[in-house]
Structures are given as structure tokens and as C-alpha cells.
Write a protein that binds this ligand. Structure first.
Ligand SMILES: [Zn+2]
Length: 210
């Protein structure tokens, strides 16, 4: 731990001040990651101790369970800053919806980013099941109904389907009456993004360039 590193950076409270500021900090953190200038991990233990009583994550992220998409790492964020839900195919199940409503309504999170990624195995499997009738072991096929709307809209190519899936899952979140009311009041942004494994960069799919 570098003692000269402030535990709370000057913009810490600003990150939480608006949906736009929260989204900007996510993208700024991703730029630190892609340029090899990450710093948040140096604060991990100190932040954990600070967060013992309560958490105030400034953003929530719904990402794939894929091991190559470690959310805090790619946004250069330490403990207590991101409320992360992960499931193969970054889909909105009832439990994911409940978790993200909790992040917004109880923890005060201002931004939710649904993040698809290149080379997604779950989306690939859903495409292959739809177009080739490919059978998968165990209960893996339980993922497919959630991804099928994107496959129908953008398949069979993988990348457009991943992008469509992130957009459709973000749209599902916006159907929540609780989240829709927060969006209407300007207190919440629900955005869709795409994580490129080759570059490590996250691009927004449905927001003005920032
Ligand atoms: Zn994936």
C-alpha cells in the first residue's frame, strides 16, 4: 500500500452525485485499465475496512460470468464502488432484476451498465442451438430463452448478437416500474455496453459519446 495514495480521492463524492458522473467514472476507469495506469487495487484493504458499516456503490454492472470479464478490474475500481451482478449471457432474470432494484432503491446507485463482451460462449451456444439444433449438457439450455430474442434479431453472427443482447437486456431493466420511475426523474441511467477482449475497451451502445 502506498501511503501517499489518498484513501478517498477528491472526486469520490462526485462519482455518486449524478447518473452522468457515475457513467463517466466507469469509462474513465476503463481508460486507466486499457492504458495500463490502474491504481484502485492499492486501496483494496483500506476500502474494505472503511466499508464495514455500509456500502455506497456508485454504479451497478450486469456482466457475463466469463472469467475474462472481471468487472472491477476492467473499470479500475476497488471494493465498495461497483455493485456487480454476473450471469452467463448477462441476462435479466428475476433474481438479477431484484438485485439491481436493490442496488438502486436501497443503496442509491445511479447508473446500471449491462455489458456484453466479444467471444461470449453463452451467446455462441444460444446461436448454435437456434441455427444448428446443437444440444448442450445438463441445464445449460436454461440460458437460451433469455438470449433467443437477440439471436432472432441479430443472429447468426456473434458480435451483432452480443450487442443486441446487451441492448435488449438493458431494455428489460427499463421495464421495471421502479427503475423506470427513477429514470423518469433523472436519477438513473440504464446503459448497454460492449467489452472487447482484444483491446480491453468498453464502448457504450445506446448513449451519446462521452
Ligand atoms: Zn459471455
Amino acid at each position: 500500500m502506498d501511503d501517499s495514495q489518498p484513501l478517498v480521492t477528491p472526486n469520490e463524492s462526485e462519482k455518486k452525485s449524478s447518473p452522468e458522473a457515475a457513467l463517466d467514472e466507469l469509462l474513465a476507469g476503463n481508460r486507466r485499465f486499457t492504458s495500463g495506469r490502474t491504481s484502485s487495487h492499492r486501496r483494496d484493504l483500506a476500502m474494505l475496512q472503511q466499508m464495514m458499516e455500509k456500502q455506497e456503490p456508485f454504479a451497478a454492472v450486469l456482466s457475463c460470468a466469463d472469467s475474462r470479464v472481471p468487472v472491477e478490474v476492467v473499470f479500475d475500481q476497488t471494493i465498495g464502488q461497483l455493485f456487480v451482478t454476473r450471469v452467463a449471457g448477462n441476462m435479466v432474470t428475476a433474481e438479477i432484476m431484484a438485485s439491481l432494484e436493490y442496488a438502486v432503491a436501497v443503496l442509491g446507485t445511479h447508473t446500471i451498465l449491462v455489458m456484453g463482451h466479444s467471444r461470449c460462449g453463452a451467446v455462441t451456444a444460444a446461436i448454435q442451438a437456434t441455427y444448428n439444433g446443437q444440444v448442450v449438457p445438463g441445464q445449460i439450455s436454461a440460458l437460451f430463452p433469455h438470449i433467443e430474442p437477440a439471436v432472432k434479431q441479430a443472429g447468426p453472427d456473434l458480435e451483432p448478437t452480443v450487442r443486441a443482447n446487451a441492448l435488449l437486456q438493458a431494455a428489460r431493466l427499463r421495464e421495471s416500474p421502479l427503475l423506470a420511475a427513477m429514470i423518469e426523474e433523472g436519477k438513473l441511467i440504464v446503459a448497454a455496453g460492449y467489452f472487447d477482449l482484444r483491446t480491453g475497451a468498453v464502448t457504450l451502445l445506446d448513449q451519446p459519446e462521452r
